[in-house]
Design a binder for this molecule. Structure first.
Ligand code: GLU
Length: 508
């Protein structure tokens, strides 16, 4: 069997976004499934835009997603170095070979010459193709001019008519008119190799069998195939993945929401969930199953079944998948995911005791159903910290005006005052007693109590709410949390002031 070798070849000019991460992931899945080799190659020949910080961050993001490489920077390999800026001598060597064979030539046209020529050609034919002006300068003359200090780029000599075809695994045969390509620059006048040249030298020396990348590179591929031909190398199998779009079918950008892998990580999306979701961008397993582990995806992935149509990035679906993955975590793992967000929102302290973790675990069990991402966690938990009867909405205030409401809450206030450790069992006993004493029952009994404890007419069930606030109130927290007894007495104070309870009733 063929020894599958694939590569992810990012340019370190920015953060890893989900489009590129999906490319990396498809390469990785294919390599892992085929027992092949996944290579990371850093394409940093654009010195102005490349930065080492981006490379470091890129590697971190890939590893966070679970995409480890078998050959590449840091880990090395038999075909290194794996950073293009360290391979300049190799490109020089291959350029010289092409020049020696007459398959490439020096071009002395300046930027201005080319621009003027481009404009003229555009006006005349509607297409701008290099005229081949320098193609006939003899090698000896070219050398002399370079010796004399003239700057030159290097161009590949290509046929000016005919058709070039290559096969793409997803798109079948693709045809290009050579008359529309012109002689591409392979080395810039600065001495730096052009992408279309460096990529071919590297892919062939690194024995890449499949080039899996974004469809924005389709138009580069004929130029690359011409370089393969000039070097007498067999091109790899090409696979061009469709673009990742927003729902409005425009290229996914910040306008649509988070696009950087780093941002999803910061928002508390699980790496297994983002991995799962990215795998479904332009591919779907045969069986109707969407929540899949890395192992299942390796098993099921089928490069031949990758779709050619645009992949729409659906945030809601990603968050749904995230919730499904979150459910498979242990409570402790969920608490650990939630903690940094709780700390940032100043709801939990820097120093966590066992009691703090215990409380967070209780909270996580209750709220996990309600959050898309762990970053949403504090806004859910924050409701426990907000208690202000004055801020109740009008409808809720009205509900506290009934006869039963005042009786029930007053009595509850008296009974809870005698309890040392209040909990849900106590709540049940006390409400039973109040039922007997007042004759208020059902909604008349429970609804005012729910409002008195939470200031809201709906929300968490009290068997969940009561232990959370009682345990939380005993902790040392950056913002204090009121216990049930404090809540009831504040509510009584409010009701007295606003006339729902006569003073004697409250005091009796
Ligand atoms: N450095 C190129 C990019 O980031 C690589 C393209 C390729 O995979 O050939 O787009």
């Amino acid at each position: 069997m063929e020894n599958i070798r694939v590569r992810f070849a990012p340019s370190p000019t920015g953060l890893l976004h989900v489009g590129n991460a999906r490319t990396a992931l498809f390469n990785w899945l294919f390599a892992r499934q085929q027992n092949g080799t996944f290579i990371l190659r850093v394409e940093d020949t654009d010195i102005k835009r490349s930065a080492l910080e981006y490379e470091e961050k890129l590697k971190k993001d890939l590893l966070w997603l679970g995409l480890d490489w078998d050959e590449g920077p840091d880990v090395g390999g038999a075909f290194g170095p794996y950073r293009q800026s360290l391979r300049l001598n190799t490109y020089k060597d291959y350029t010289q070979r092409l020049l020696d064979m007459g398959k490439a030539y020096h071009c002395f046209c300046s930027q201005e010459d080319l621009e003027a020529e481009r404009k003229k050609a555009l006006a005349k034919n509607g297409v701008a193709i290099y005229s081949g002006k320098c193609a006939n300068i003899s090698a000896a003359e070219a050398l002399q001019r370079i010796k004399d200090g003239e700057k030159a780029s290097v161009r590949l000599r290509t046929p000016d008519r005919g058709e070039l075809t290559f096969r793409d695994l997803v798109r079948d045969e693709l045809k290009f008119d050579l008359g529309l390509i012109g002689d591409p620059i392979i080395v810039r006048s600065t001495g730096h190799p052009a992408y279309n040249f460096a990529v071919v030298v590297d892919d062939s020396l690194m024995k890449i069998t499949h080039v899996i990348r974004g469809e924005d590179h389709i138009s580069n591929t004929p130029r690359q195939v011409l370089v393969y031909q000039a070097l007498s190398c067999v091109p790899p199998q090409f696979v061009h993945l469709s673009m990742v779009m927003g729902r409005d079918k425009t290229r996914l950008s910040k306008r649509h929401g988070a696009t950087a892998v780093d941002q999803f990580q910061k928002d508390g999306v699980l790496s297994s969930a983002l991995f799962n979701y990215l795998a479904l961008l332009g591919w779907a397993p045969q069986e109707d199953k969407e929540v899949l582990s890395r192992e299942e995806l390796i098993r099921l992935f089928d490069l031949k079944k990758v779709s050619r149509s645009a992949a729409i990035f659906d945030y809601d679906k990603l968050y749904w998948i995230n919730r499904q993955h979150a459910k498979t975590l242990s409570v402790r793992q969920m608490a650990e995911m939630a903690y940094p967000h709780m700390k940032m929102a100043e709801l939990l302290p820097e120093e966590m005791t066992d009691a703090h973790w215990d409380w967070l675990e209780t909270a996580v069990k209750i709220f996990i159903e309600r959050v898309d991402r762990f970053a949403d966690f504090p806004s859910q938990v924050a409701m426990l910290f907000q208690y202000s009867p004055l801020e109740m909405d009008e409808e809720t205030k009205k509900e506290m005006e009934g006869d039963c409401a005042s009786k029930v809450i007053s009595l509850f206030g008296q009974k809870i005052a005698d309890v040392k450790q209040f909990d849900f069992e106590r709540f049940v006993t006390i409400t039973q007693e109040i039922k007997q004493d007042t004759g208020c029952k059902g909604k008349d009994l429970y609804h005012p109590l729910r409002i008195a404890l939470t200031t809201r007419g709906s929300g968490l069930d009290l068997d969940k709410f009561i232990p959370l606030v009682e345990k939380g109130a005993r902790l040392n927290l950056p913002r204090s949390l009121k216990n049930c007894s404090q809540r009831i007495s504040e509510m009584l104070g409010y009701l007295k002031q606003h006339g729902s309870i006569r003073n004697e009733e409250a005091e009796s």
